[in-house]
Design a protein around this ligand. Structure first.
Ligand code: F0G
Length: 462
């Protein structure tokens, strides 16, 4: 046996309570998938063995967070937990003013309504479904200014979340800076495969936007995972802590929307955080219309307490190394089996390239939707489409046809073990073996907004 050459990552926690899972038979899965209209969002969770639908709200809270729930101050106004959360956001992220919201999209709604006027252009490093929709509903038009490398699953550039400043400059020249209320900058770009932005790129963006009086609004949903990649890959940051890097990222932006259901390991919660008093004042007013009073924003006091504790845990180096370590473990297994995945491996999941996996299925027959259904049928593992269904339609009704047609295997935080990851990789490899026999889908029901959540499909039989 060879000698070890390094210390592996391992979970910086031990397990105190477990949730038993239901194992299903192929016949049960076939029935469940048909009832769900070949949409993994419409499956009952009870029929799922390993649930990699999302890392959103699915993490395992720590005993500290569970204790925090008992410390909920359920006052309508001025809850102690709100002040604890505000203090934590200031300390860990550095943003001055906090408006809690029920989850990320609540914050996206508010900031879009405040900053975007009809006819405005909102550039960003690849879209996110809910973020772009709120920008569009406020009358804006999203323009993708991520670097070209991000659209190529094979390109191993280490910072595929970077912004192409030439693309931004073209928009500024064409429309004028006044038409651009802010750049919508995400850390760990979800739709690109959890790809990070570098601090170098962010500093350049900051210098450019400052010159033109354009704000940067930061989608900080997975900022700690982005910080991990900066620490591992960016010169000058190898000795900085995750906490230091997170703070530096935030300091280069004017405000942020947060879905705390990811990085901050809570089952529900989010916030808007800004540095400008004027924007804060308006947000504090709008939040009472859509979410609740400005000291609870749709959350219970206990939820805010768990969030405050989770934020602190999320910037621990040991936590984030194990979290991303597990994702990389799964990705490397997939690569070993020859499964085509987005590279480099991202922070929150593995993104399988459905166009390469099922090259015989045209995008109009939804290769990623098809593949997600097939993997469930094989093993009860639930994944999610991130391709043409998720991309939806433009405000003028035409379909968006994204270059990336992916199936996302999203890893919940602190929930599954390495053995679960083995089962997932093996099942994907088995479906890969029989890929030539797989046929596509047709959409038989399409909701108007965010169609991927509720659309229904049928197998194409000819
Ligand atoms: N921004 C990003 C980058 C996200 O990934 C999400 C949610 C949101 C905003 C919206 O936050 O769900 O709390 O309202 N992403 C989940 C996912 C749903 O599965 O990727 P939310």
């Amino acid at each position: 046996m060879s000698k070890p050459t390094k210390h592996s990552w391992a979970e910086p926690y031990k397990i105190k309570m477990v949730e038993l899972l239901k194992m299903t038979t192929p016949a049960q899965r076939k029935k469940a998938m048909k009832e769900a209209g070949f949409n993994t969002f419409l499956l009952r969770s009870e029929d799922v063995y390993i649930d990699l639908l999302t890392d959103s709200g699915t993490g395992a809270m720590s005993d500290q967070q569970w204790s925090g729930l008992m410390m909920g101050d359920e006052a309508y106004a001025g809850s102690r937990n709100f002040y604890h959360l505000e203090e934590t956001v200031r300390e860990i992220y550095g943003y001055k003013y906090l408006v809690p919201t029920h989850q990320g999209r609540g914050a996206e709604n508010i900031i879009s309504k405040i900053l975007i006027k009809p006819g405005d252009i909102v550039p960003g490093n690849m879209y996110f479904t809910t973020t772009r929709l709120h920008q569009e509903l406020a009358g804006g038009r999203f323009e993708d200014i991520i670097i070209d490398e991000a659209h190529d699953p094979e390109n191993e550039f280490p910072f595929k979340g970077n912004i192409d400043l030439n693309k931004l400059e073209k928009l500024v020249k064409k429309y004028g800076a006044k038409k651009i209320p802010y750049v919508s900058m995400a850390t760990s770009v979800n739709m690109a495969g959890g790809q990070p932005i570098s601090l170098k790129n962010l500093k350049e963006l900051r210098a450019y936007t400052k010159k033109h009086g354009i704000r940067i609004i930061h989608d900080m949903t997975r900022v700690a995972e982005n910080a991990h990649f900066i620490q591992q890959r960016e010169k000058g940051y190898e000795h900085k802590t995750i906490r230091e890097i997170v703070k530096e990222i935030c300091s280069l932006t004017n405000g942020a929307t947060m879905s705390a259901k990811k990085d901050a390991i809570v089952n529900i919660g989010g916030f808007l955080a800004v540095n400008d008093w004027d924007v804060f004042e308006e947000a504090r007013n709008l939040v009472v219309v859509y979410e609740g009073l400005h000291t609870y924003g749709g959350l219970a006091g206990r939820d805010m307490e768990a969030m405050a504790i989770g934020i602190r845990e999320s910037v621990s180096d040991a936590h984030i190394h194990a979290r991303v370590g597990q994702v990389i473990y799964l990705g490397e297994k997939m690569i070993e089996y020859g499964v085509p995945i987005v590279k480099p491996i991202g922070g929150h999941g593995i993104f399988v390239d459905a166009k390469k996996f099922l090259p015989h299925i045209p995008q109009d027959h939804f290769p990623a939707q098809t593949l997600a259904a097939e993997i469930y049928l094989d093993s009860g593992v639930r994944t999610m489409e991130r391709g043409v269904v998720s991309a939806g339609r433009k405000p003028n009704g035409e379909n968006y046809y994204p270059k990336l047609e992916l199936v996302r295997f999203t890893i919940p935080r602190r929930v599954y073990t390495q053995a679960h990851m083995d089962v997932v990789a093996e099942s994907t490899a088995m479906v890969f073996e029989k890929r030539n026999k797989i046929k596509g889908l047709k959409m038989i029901y399409e909701p108007k907004y965010l169609r991927f959540f509720q659309a229904r499909f049928e197998r194409i039989t000819d």
